[in-house]
Design a binder for this molecule. Sequence first.
Ligand SMILES: Cc1ncc(COP(=O)(O)O)c(C=O)c1O
Length: 411
Amino acid sequence: MTQHPTRADAVALDLASPLRARRELFALPDGVVYLDGNSLGALPRAVAPRLQQVVAEEWGTGLISSWNTADWVGLGRRVGDRIAPLIGVAPGDVHVGDSTTVTLFKTFVAASRLRPGRRVVVLEPTTFPTDGYVAAGVARMLDLELRWCDPADPAASLDEDVALLSLTHVDFRSGAMYDLAALTAAAHDAGALVQWDLCHSTGAVPVALLDADADIAVGCTYKYLNGGPGSPAFAWVHPRHQAAWDQPVTGWFGHSRPFDMDRAFTPADGIARMASGTPPVLALSALDAALDVFDGVSLDVLRAASLSLTDLFLELVNARLGSAFEVITPREHGRRGSQVSLRHEQAYGVVQALVERGVVGDFRTPDVARFGFAPLYVTHADVFDAVGHLVAVLEGDEHLRPEYTVRNAVT
Ligand SMILES: Cc1ncc(COP(=O)(O)O)c(C=O)c1O
């Protein structure tokens, strides 16, 4: 096997990292190397005390008055304002409240309504399934046509019939990243709008939606934003579209004056019209506290740390595992998100055997082992140890254990 960095080299990189103190902000269990923050982010220490305070004081003591006194009504907007700098947009333009899937339903419909006369929605066939399912449901409802593009060249599917190009910025399976600015420009050249699913980008990869002049973005908050299981998704709509934005779940929280109890629906101004029903106050509070870990972190520093981790992982896998795996994540920095995906015939067994050893990644069908590198809490020493366990798993044929032929409900 070729020369490769040692554990001491990895520790030296950690000591030199401007983010080295951030890991202490997370309550990670001892002995666990957590490489699944691209699926469910780790728990920031600030979350439990905040939830305790919201439950005991705001809910328990304040009761219903907390809608006003604790400004529960404005919580979604305040959380959106904290996400805004992470995606390169202005405060006041980000809504937080529903699941990603429900948010996508609203954005697909509203975006299509902004381009009447155009009937085609373009998606990449490798998109996360929920994006495709929702797009298909909306297409059936509005009599639109879905067009699956070549994932390697989405722009080739654009023409004068396309209302919306909807792409996942970082692919959930391979970790490949699209050129957000170039594809936004291509969509606009064709007269189409563009929507970006930022689930696998936000909090790990810098995103500059306004600079790129994008139209719409959605993203979840339970991955690199560490909001907790099922924490609400965000949506951003460029201010130029907000006045005409007509989303289909016209509920009372999206009304301009909900407590007038009018019979007629008058949408609120701006992004507030994305709201539908009562906001999930506990989940939003957890997310609000979780976002503290990003205070004072520059996106460039975050990106440099992420690339340093994935570079080291790739180098070690290459040097120590040779051709045991096919690396399906692009090696070019410009095309890589914050995860590395390895293809292996027994990928499920590999992931399970690693979990058994305290190295948590995950499996995506049919044959991909995914490793996410959340730059605020994953260290280079973690990376070194993870690859060491990977070598041991294969050497000991641990991935071939019969119990791994049966898959868990969540893989
Ligand atoms: C790219 C992408 N879009 C959407 C979703 C899921 O949406 P929801 O938050 O509604 O489960 C995921 C979940 O992992 C995802 O990776």
